[in-house]
Write a protein that binds this ligand. Structure first.
Ligand SMILES: [Zn+2]
Length: 72
């Protein structure tokens, strides 16, 4: 299986959405059986359990601060 590396290391793109709601994803949590995307709200809601089971956690919070979306 050949996977070409993307030109940037960005793991969360502008079209990624939270897996729990329609908000823009700002966190990607890597589990041993797949990845899940979360908005800041849902990430913080489950942050403690993610810390225990996640293999990796990426955040993209800077982008939210610079370019806020109309999140409720
Ligand atoms: Zn959410």
């Amino acid at each position: 299986m050949v996977v070409e590396a993307p030109e940037t290391m960005k793991v969360i793109s502008a079209h990624d959405r939270c897996d729990r709601c329609i908000a823009k994803a700002v966190y990607m949590v890597v589990f041993n059986n797949g990845d899940l995307y979360f908005c800041a709200h849902h990430f913080r809601e489950h942050e403690d359990s993610f810390m225990e089971v996640a293999l990796d956690i990426f955040d993209e919070t800077d982008e939210v601060l610079v370019n806020p979306e109309s999140l409720e």
